[in-house]
Design a binder for this molecule. Structure first.
Ligand code: NDP
Length: 329
């Protein structure tokens, strides 16, 4: 890396307003679910993250249990902040979450106030931060009253541990209820984090309408379907890919039917002068309801490829029809 950070880092990235809030997020955000754990090569993680910041990616997405092992992605970010990024803390939106399995016993999972606040304190310790920008409840908890979980998010914000509250994986109806509770508490929900990509379109059945109605932003995760919507699996599974790991669930998903669609999409992307990864990102961003596309990356080149989506974000109606036809086959 020559001069870090690049003085041009804000020149090409587009920033979208997140719902009705004061926050703008880059159209590409980087998630640390994979490739930033204790098992991964630290220098590659550091280069990938610094490349992202250099390209105007100001939003980094974490969760308490990202790794493996659990917690180690937050520790990796803590190291990179200490060595490179802490002087730029005010230029970063850092999020974390709690809601999935984290520690043994009845207080290390789901949505109690006890779990959420203890977990957030641990996350702050691991990252070496005084606060996160966004704290999420990671998934719905059918057994904890929604008021308790939303009350914990409100407390996280009021106590200064987080600046904004978010939820992830909430279906439309529950999202609406959660939003009302948070509004009544005076801590409006900033953002929702659902899965959304060409092969998983469940959010189109109501959730995105609720987000627009409530003025909540949307950060779509797995926009590349964990790598399937790229050109990497077109000629088999490369050794250095996620799917090459023993018993990885991606292997099962890479069947002929899916690969035929990916090939056809790849051809169409080429006709648009884009890589398939870029077209898949542009496609989720075509909707006004989507604030930012949350990608994962295992190396700096993938970041550079993905951010180049900014060169072509537009689709004609004809192009969208062609994509619909491919997806429907
Ligand atoms: P993606 O669908 O973006 O897949 C990322 C993977 O695609 C990369 O790790 C890499 O695979 C491959 N890839 C990325 N860019 C390129 C490229 N330009 N060319 C070729 N291959 C590429 O997302 P993830 O499923 O990883 O999820 C992204 C983030 O979303 C997570 O880190 C996390 O922050 C969040 N998330 C949230 C969830 C929730 O419940 N809230 C659940 C899941 C994810 P490889 O590593 O094999 O090189």
């Amino acid at each position: 890396m020559s001069t870090f950070p690049s003085p041009e880092r804000y020149d090409t990235m587009t920033y979208n307003r997140c719902g009705h809030s004061g926050i703008q997020l880059p159209i590409i955000s980087l998630g640390l679910w994979h490739n930033f754990g204790g098992v991964d090569r630290y220098e590659t993680a550091r280069e990938t993250l610094c490349t992202a910041f250099d390209q105007g990616i100001t939003h980094l997405d974490l969760a308490n249990n990202y790794g493996p092992p659990y917690g180690s992605a937050e520790e990796t970010l803590g190291r990179i902040l200490a060595s490179d990024l802490l002087p730029y803390r005010n230029e970063l939106i850092i999020s974390t979450k709690a809601g999935y399995d984290m520690w043994p016993g009845p207080y290390g999972n789901f949505g109690s106030r006890k779990y959420l606040i203890s977990s957030l304190d641990d996350s702050l310790d691991r990252m070496g931060l005084d606060y996160v920008d966004i704290f999420y409840h990671h998934r719905p908890d059918p057994d904890t009253p929604l008021e308790e979980t939303m009350g914990a998010l409100d407390f996280a914000v009021r106590s200064g541990r987080a600046l904004y509250a978010g939820v992830s994986n909430y279906p439309a109806e529950l999202m609406e209820k959660a939003s009302k509770i948070l509004n009544d508490l005076g801590t409006p929900c900033l953002i929702h984090q659902p899965r959304y990509n060409m092969m998983d379109r469940r959010v189109e059945d109501g959730l995105l309408d609720v987000l627009t109605q409530e003025g909540i932003g949307c950060i779509a995760f797995s926009v590349l379907s964990s790598g399937i919507l790229t050109d990497k699996y077109l000629n088999g599974i490369p050794d250095d890919s996620r799917a090459a790991r023993p018993d990885h669930p991606l292997k099962k998903r890479l069947n002929d039917k899916v690969l035929n669609k990916v090939r056809a999409l790849n051809e169409h992307a080429q006709q648009r002068g884009q890589t398939l990864a870029q077209m898949a990102i542009a496609w989720v961003l075509r909707l006004d309801a989507v604030t930012t596309a949350l990608i994962g990356a295992s190396r700096p080149e993938q970041i550079n490829d993905c951010v180049a989506v900014g060169n072509n974000l537009e689709f004609s109606d004809e192009e969208l029809d062609i994509i619909e036809k491919i997806l429907g086959e």
